[in-house]
Design a protein around this ligand. Structure first.
Ligand code: SAM
Length: 236
């Protein structure tokens, strides 16, 4: 082999390493960015949940792209289909309703909705969105400390449980079960397989059992929509 040939093969090697690195970069950079963003969000949320969400809503409308992302729109449609399948009555509680995108879809089904969120800004936007539906009540409340005078046929927990630690989820689960009629349902939407962990307090509660779990294997961002039923007390 001549020196010239050896140089060519070295630079070929460098080029293919660079190509490989950029292929890896293109493939993994979005995922890495998401991991880093999730860590930053986690730290900010830990400092003050109210400030964290207020800032998200103050700096942008539709911070989770619910109205523009086909991934999110499909997830919302599947959630509404699940609610329709398990609907036994009209009263639904939407915890962590954000700007009321799902709330409005539930109202369009003709359901009476009580929707709560920690962020005043989000609730104000949800009120505007749901103004045509007089059967919707929107409240700025901490979902983990909920006390409401009525009971519900169905409770939706869409993309919210992972914001709570395990003791708070246990407390929330008990409160929600107390707000649910016998035979009522909880529909939870969470990233898969994390859903199994963040729904442990629901799935292990003696008054609830899983009636349906649908895992949607969207590339890179799979999620589960799980339905629980409150077992009638005293077997009635
Ligand atoms: C990722 S968004 C999900 C919005 C909507 N449920 C959905 O499925 O797209 C989470 C929402 O939960 C709300 N949230 C977080 N912690 C809360 C709490 N402790 N009580 C009430 N709402 C809360 C946030 O303000 C935010 O609007």
């Amino acid at each position: 082999m001549t020196y010239a040939q050896s140089g060519a093969s070295t630079s070929n090697g460098r080029r293919s390493r660079q190509r490989l690195r950029s292929w890896h970069g293109r493939r993994y950079a979005p995922r890495m960015r998401r991991v880093v963003q999730n860590l930053l969000d986690w730290a900010a949320h830990r400092r003050s949940p109210v400030d964290f969400f207020e800032k998200r809503y103050a700096t942008t409308e539709d911070p989770w792209n619910l109205q523009t992302s086909s991934y999110e729109l499909t997830k919302l449609q599947r959630t509404v289909q699940t609610v329709s399948r398990h609907r036994r009555g009209n009263r639904v509680l939407d915890v962590g309703c954000g700007e009321g995108v799902l709330t409005e879809l539930l109202a369009k089904l003709g359901m009476s909705v009580v929707a709560v969120d920690l962020s005043e800004t989000a609730v104000a936007r949800a009120r505007r969105r749901c103004a045509p539906y007089p059967q919707v009540i929107l409240l700025t409340r901490d979902g983990s400390l909920l006390e409401l005078p009525e009971r519900f046929d169905l409770i939706v927990l869409s993309e919210i449980l992972y914001y709570f630690d395990s003791p708070t989820r246990a407390q929330l689960s008990q409160r929600l079960i107390d707000l649910l009629v016998n035979g009522g349902h909880v529909v939870a939407v969470n990233p898969w397989p994390r859903s199994r962990r963040v729904e442990r307090e629901l799935s292990s509660h003696p008054d609830l059992f899983v009636v349906e779990e649908n895992v949607h294997a969207e590339p890179g961002r799979p999620y589960a929509i799980t339905t629980y039923r409150r077992a009638p007390r005293n077997g009635s």
